[in-house]
Design a protein around this ligand. Sequence first.
Ligand code: JHZ
Ligand code: SAH
Length: 395
Amino acid sequence: MKKYINFLNLGAQPLANNYLKKNQLKKREIKYRLKVGVNLDNKLVSINKPLSSKMMFNNNYPYRSSMSKTMIYSFKNLAKTIKKKFKPRMVLEIGSNDGSFIKNFSKKKTIGIEPCSNVEKITKKMGYDTYPDYWDKKTAKKILSKRGKVDLIYSANTISHIENLDEVFRSINILLKDNGVVILEDPSLLECLKRNTYDQFYNEHIYVFSLIGIENVLKKHNLKVFNVQNLKIHGGSNRYFIKKTKHPTKINPSVKINRDKEIKYGLNNLSSYNAFAQRVKKSKKKLKDLFKWIKSKKKTVIGYGVTAKSTTILNYCKIGKNYISYFVDTTLDKQNKYTPGTKIPIYKYENINKKNIDFIFLGAWNFKDEIFKKEKKFIKQGGRFITHTPYPKII
Ligand code: JHZ
Ligand code: SAH
């Protein structure tokens, strides 16, 4: 029997990336009760009732990796390392989005899997061999027959979006050469708990992984982690390097170090999750109080970077147009729309001017450094930012 226990209730939430058009504002939005729980057998932390992939990832998907220089730079660096260290003859990316990673490789040596056909079109147009499919056994067999086995599989911020992890790794085993390498990258559960970033939970993020959770899934599929890198990306992510168990590999000390760190923090125990849930409740009250105080001073707040994460924050804390006048975002497919659930207008990003803006709420807090660099003028003029992590405050 699986021991799955809910520890956090994030209330009624709309689809996280479903930005509303003006003519949709009057229609009732479908909402889902978002709860988070831990499976005490395999230590996987997940949302309680995942929606179908088709509901979230279809031909109308707005997210583009290339909107952040941080991501572009990170992918470029990783590609350099991969070429140097593993010298792969064929690379496959699962969740290739707009090609921000694969564009660092030659077209002949690269395959991309991206189910959102509006996004997959971009990489196809660039000349890459990409497929508008979900990653499963059927897709793996299709690629196998067309292109043969691959040396390296990379997937960032995607495996955590797929409910059936056994299918994910069975499919990987179909296509991966015996001495091949899998590199997975996803937000770290440990960092999420430490930084109180409860907004890492939304419909698309079915899981927030720990190393101990990932290892429990991998061992069922004769796969093992041989190296873990802790990254600053997305507020603390882990990059897991994986091989087939039967292939002799030296295990880097980082694996034990990270495993010990997670166990010491208490990712094995329900009490750590309950404590996190208590901090989240406090965080909600504090953020709401902060917005109320700013409103009482008649100051103007706008949002910067409308994210899937901010959908969770705004709907959980019930922060709407009365507190945030509008959001700015560089993503074309989000502009001139409204935030899911809270219906705050989203405008094209233009220069931020302190004359009419006092505070900026960081929807994209994970790119704080990049944003601060860009908004030097606003900061110099005395403009301030609002964040909810590690606790709600003005910076
Ligand atoms: P960002 C999405 O999450 C959804 P989100 C998904 N589930 C996931 O896991 C991650 O991505 C990878 C904008 N921006 O990356 C661009 C500016 O406007 O935090 C984006 O809309 N100006 C697949 O939505 C948003 O902010 C800027 O200078 O939580 C950032 O979205 C910068 C840097 C960003 O992902
Ligand atoms: N790897 C990029 C994109 C992350 S967004 C980055 O790190 O920035 C997640 C991507 O995974 C989306 O483009 C989404 O369409 C895709 N995706 C979602 N479910 C998937 C599945 N079952 N198989 C393959 N890709 C999937």
